[in-house]
Write a protein of this length. Structure first.
Length: 243
């Protein structure tokens, strides 16, 4: 009888130990979950726009001389074809410009009648030491069309960046943005008393100096401005994780 009572008591004690062990395990899980939740809630996600700038000097000039003619008659057409054939030859030989093909279209003249008009444009890009070569092309074209109904419209000669210079500028701007983003992470860490790490940096591209077309005088040389250093700006969207 005594052995039977000890057996029952032992089983009861084992059951109590098991239940207490299970309850302790649940308690530990709850504590861990609470700590994890607190850790997650203390994590900050900060989005900022980062900006940077560099100084760069344009390395080429660009210009867009154009041609026009209005009220073209049937008698003018053969001369126009001959003159544009000569213009295309001059452009090819000079090597600084592209384009030169022309198109005709109908438009209303001052008398309210449809008349035939013409338009054409050159795209010229050249380094500073080729300015005289560009002016020679303009002079040769002016001489060619001096007896034509086709007129030449000169636009301003503006500083610009070549494709190689733009690639170099973009690379330098990205480096400047990366440095600015790293510095911002340090400032955020200090501001929030946390460790802030740069998680993403998405570049928005660079805002380069772009030459705008300006009204130029007809049949006259246009001087080119000095190639001066300019400020190029860029921005990026940065995402920081602070813990």
């Amino acid at each position: 009888m005594k052995n039977f009572l000890f057996t029952i008591l032992g089983g009861f004690l084992a059951l109590i130990v098991f239940v207490l062990g299970s309850l302790f395990g649940e308690f530990v899980n709850v504590i861990k979950g609470s700590q994890s939740s607190q850790s997650s809630s203390s994590e900050l996600v900060i989005n900022e726009q980062i900006s940077a700038s560099i100084e760069a000097t344009p390395d080429i000039y660009i210009s867009y001389p154009s041609f026009y003619a209005k009220n073209i008659s049937d008698d003018d057409k053969s001369m126009i074809n001959a003159h544009f054939s000569g213009i295309l030859t001059l452009v090819k030989e000079n090597g600084l410009c592209t384009g030169g093909a022309y198109q005709t279209y109908n438009e209303m003249n001052k008398d309210g009648l449809n008349s035939l008009s013409l338009s054409s444009e050159l795209a010229c890009k050249f380094s500073a030491n080729k300015l005289e070569q560009y002016n020679k092309l303009i002079a040769d074209i002016e001489n060619l069309i001096k007896s034509s109904v086709v007129k030449l419209h000169l636009t301003a000669i503006n500083p610009a960046f070549s494709a190689e210079a733009e690639a170099k500028n973009q690379s330098e701007l990205k480096s400047a943005l990366s440095a600015a983003a790293t510095n911002a992470a340090q400032n955020l860490s200090s501001d929030f008393n946390k460790t802030c790490i740069l998680n993403e940096l998405n570049f928005n591209g660079a805002s380069y100096y772009r030459a705008s077309l300006a009204e130029g005088g007809a049949a006259a040389k246009i001087s080119a401005p000095e190639l001066k250093s300019k400020s190029l700006k860029a921005s990026a969207d940065a995402k920081y994780i602070c813990k």
